[in-house]
Design a protein around this ligand. Structure first.
Ligand code: CU
Length: 505
């Protein structure tokens, strides 16, 4: 490849292996062209996940794929006949380095995003034909590779019974349509029925994240067929008579058979915040660490539009923050060690962390946290009223939650996974434009557990002038002033020219 790169395995806890998490500037330096890097980690947790480049907006050019980690016990409990794997992508006809350049340019005064040229299912404009058998149950596992938009997925004459989000099993919830945003996944069950001979499905791009012209509905949507599969061979263990009465059936539902067209508009979209985790884990109480974020898009004269959620718009440091955390001893507990440009938040081991975020913008953002699945304690419009009783008491968990326009969310997790974890918008250009923060989780415990693999140091040698120490490559304590002036920020970016030069040769 002729660009620097790295891979992230989206949804993996990387417990004990944070150096294999992937984001450039956080967990590692970019892998330079011609070099290699090995990612070794335990595939945990199970679920519908994906992997993708975590260098600039590179995954939108296609460096991404599905990653399903099977849980045989849970899957057996679903009593499904077959599993179907799907991916959703938005697709641009321009390569990402050019889009990044234009997005970050001082000429882009309002932070406009390029509108995708089309919408893809399984990275194709030719949607697959589903072959279903009557009264058979199918587990559809759909993951979004999108870099900007959300999609809506609906099957004519069928309900979708959602059983997991971002790999986290939930109590079955029946819906007409799911909305899946950049980086998210949904697992749902579809029951084959008597309407297969005249049925189809639709995947439609939503438009509320677009800042440019809205494409035609034919461009925004894909319509695929459902076909009847020969029903003569009955697999062992599955009832042939259509009388499945388990908790996931759609019995009692009647349809007026219809065929969908491009004018379809969604009805009855599932609200993921209202789901209940299958294990009924209660809301974490007695929060010991509160972090507040607020979306803030600012036009900086001569620099361009940037978006912060915390201290400053995120800027990649000269030393990846994980390497700073592992090589600075006690200084790893000071935010100045990482620099204001990384928007660092240090939390202690086993803190009960609450992140409250407000979004005073007209655009929603899919916010993704590495290293954890968090509880969706609350979400709404305006501001949270501060009333603990208004939160979900048995909240669903996921790793990627949409913050609504003019709204807020509140998430909680236990800091039981020492590491340096990225929290960022999964609209890839927003990430490049600074919409990220770094959660530095228990660096003191991390130093006792983990070391920097040699390959991470090697990657930095090829790419950076320094690979250990604080954000200005020194080993002594930085004052706030030094951290502000000597570490990378949007005002002070001293990365070597090669680094970040993600341009096609
Ligand atoms: Cu965003």
């Amino acid at each position: 490849m002729n660009e620097t790169t790295s891979l992230h395995f989206h949804g993996m806890y990387q417990n004990g292996t944070v150096a294999a998490d992937g984001p450039v500037g956080v967990a590692q330096c970019g892998i330079a062209p011609g070099r290699y890097f090995q990612y070794r980690f335990v595939g945990n947790p199970a679920g519908t996940h994906w992997w993708h480049s975590h260098e600039k907006a590179q995954y939108t050019d296609g460096l991404r794929g599905k990653m399903i980690i099977h849980d045989p016990v849970w899957e057996a409990s679903l009593k499904v006949h077959r599993q179907i794997y799907l991916s959703v992508s938005d697709w641009w006809h321009q390569q990402s380095p050019f889009m990044v350049h234009d997005y970050l340019s001082p000429n882009n005064t309002d932070g406009s995003l390029p509108t995708p040229n089309s919408f893809l299912l399984n990275d194709s404009r030719a949607p697959p034909r589903f072959r279903l058998k009557r009264d058979r149950r199918y587990l559809v596992r759909i993951v979004s590779f999108a870099g900007l938009v959300c999609g809506q997925f609906h099957i004519a004459n069928h309900t979708l019974t959602v059983v997991a989000i971002d790999g986290e099993p939930v109590r079955p919830a029946i819906t007409d349509t799911i909305a899946i945003c950049a980086g998210q996944s949904y697992d749902f069950i579809v029951l084959g029925n008597q309407y297969e001979q005249a049925a189809n499905y639709i995947l439609k791009m939503t438009t509320d994240m677009l800042t440019g012209p809205i494409p035609s509905s034919q461009t925004r949507a894909l319509i695929g067929d459902i076909a009847l599969e020969n029903n003569t061979s009955i697999a062992a263990g599955i009832s042939p008579n259509g009388s499945f009465t388990g908790p996931y059936g759609s019995q009692g539902v009647s349809y007026i058979p219809t065929l969908l067209n491009f004018n379809w508009t969604a009805q009855g979209i599932l609200d993921d915040a209202t789901l209940v985790p299958l294990d009924n884990e209660p809301l974490f109480k007695n929060v010991t660490r509160r972090i507040n974020f607020r979306t803030n898009q600012v036009y900086y004269e001569g620099i361009g539009s940037r978006i912060s959620i915390g201290i400053q718009p995120y800027t990649e440091p000269r030393v990846p923050s994980l390497q700073s955390a592992l090589t600075t001893g006690q200084l790893a507990l000071d935010w100045t060690t990482y620099g204001p440009g990384t928007s660092p938040y240090v939390v202690r081991h086993n803190d009960i962390v609450e992140i409250y975020m407000e979004n005073p913008q007209i655009w929603p953002h899919p916010m993704h946290l590495h290293g954890h699945n968090f509880q969706i304690a609350g979400r709404g419009l305006g501001s949270w009223d501060g009333n603990e009783d208004s939160l979900y008491q048995t909240p669903a968990r996921r790793n990627n939650l949409v913050i609504p326009p003019f709204g807020w969310f509140l998430i909680r997790f236990i800091a039981d996974n020492p590491g340096v974890w990225f929290l960022h918008c999964h609209i890839d250009l927003h990430l490049v434009g600074g919409m990220a923060a770094t959660i530095v989780e228990a660096p003191d415990v991390l130093q006792l557990q983990q070391r920097i693999p040699i390959q991470n140091i090697e990657a930095c040698k090829a790419d950076y002038r320094c690979s250990v120490g604080t954000c200005n490559c020194r080993l002594d304590k930085l004052s706030e002033e030094e951290s502000n002036e000597q570490c990378n920020t949007i005002f002070n970016n001293v990365n070597p020219a090669r680094y970040g030069a993600l341009l096609p040769c």
